[in-house]
Design a protein around this ligand. Structure first.
Ligand SMILES: [Mn+2]
Length: 304
């Protein structure tokens, strides 16, 4: 079993052996660990409308994350994550395959236990549908949330089955989990409707505006409310993230996404996920590497 010190032993190579996200220790009962933040993989892609395969996403992000584990104080932050946040990885959610309803039940009860123990969650998808049960658990603990949503799609589509990765942000306001009036969507470049009530900084605007300007607009919108950050990797242009189910050309770069996250100051980010990484469509692991960097900067933003 790993412990925190192993990560820093210089004679251990970064890539070998078993490991959690950022080589964090593996705890299969995370609510009993002394970690401040818990990483959970969710190997679920049954709600995908396009190309499947993101059930393998969490494992690919973990594997990519080891490349960032050697940096104690991550560039360009002015503190080291481990000085403010103890991290554990509880592996992947266990649920009966072929039963999306059972996944929802398993994820809600897992998230209730982790959040109930006072820990923050970083969840690695899986398809974007996993955000809905995660929002339910977070709203039970924190009340109505402000959503900060990075995506090529609004995911507010009204049609679809009960398990559809394009419908969560139509359902979440109806269930009272999030308030669009406090919420922002960054990078959308497919059809969306203003009457859904979100502040949308669309793909071209997100490329053109400065990261600071975008971050200030998001903060103003969410001010005073607990924030749930959901990052669909297809927010990035397919040049930076080809390994995803529903890629849409015209997105922001990985550099811009990192700049926006790093510019977020004083947001109370109570939970986050990075979803829709589909390694079967990836090349050279670039999508998983981008997702791992984004996930790590989200943890820094949580801790800042
Ligand atoms: Mn999405």
């Amino acid at each position: 079993m790993y412990n925190q010190t192993l990560r820093h032993q210089e004679d251990i190579s970064l890539y070998s052996n078993a490991f959690g996200f950022l080589r964090a220790p593996l705890f299969f009962e995370p609510e009993k660990s002394d970690a401040d933040a818990v990483v959970t993989g969710i190997p679920f892609d049954m709600a995908t409308s396009g190309r499947p395969g993101c059930r393998y996403g969490a494992q690919a992000i973990r594997e990519a994350s080891v490349m960032f584990a050697w940096e104690r104080r991550r560039f360009p932050w002015d503190f080291a994550l481990e000085d403010r946040m103890k991290l554990a990885d509880c592996g992947d959610l266990v649920f009966p395959s072929g039963d999306p309803g059972a996944m929802v039940e398993a994820l809600e009860s897992h998230a209730d236990a982790v959040i109930g123990a006072g820990k923050r969650m970083l969840s690695l998808g899986g398809d974007h549908f996993v955000t809905l049960p995660l929002l339910r658990a977070h709203a039970r603990k924190y009340g109505k949330l402000a959503l900060l949503h990075f995506d090529a799609h609004s995911d507010t589509y009204k049609e679809g089955s009960p398990f559809d990765h394009g419908t969560m942000f139509a359902r979440a306001p109806k269930e009272g989990l999030i308030d669009p009036a406090f919420s922002s969507q960054i990078g959308v470049r497919t059809e969306y409707h203003e009457e859904d009530g979100f502040m949308v900084i669309d793909g071209p605007s997100a490329s053109e505006l400065s990261a600071k300007k975008i971050a200030r607009a998001v903060e103003e919108r969410a001010s005073g409310h607990p924030v749930y950050l959901s990052f669909d990797i297809d927010c990035l242009d397919p040049a930076f993230a080809p390994g995803t189910g529903t890629p849409v050309p015209g997105g922001i770069s990985s550099a811009k996404a990192l700049e926006i996250i790093r510019a977020l100051k004083g947001l109370d980010i109570v939970g986050a996920d990075v979803v829709e990484v589909s390694p079967v469509y990836d090349h050279s692991g670039i999508t998983a590497i981008a997702a791992a960097a984004i996930a790590l900067d989200i943890l820094y933003a949580m801790a800042s």
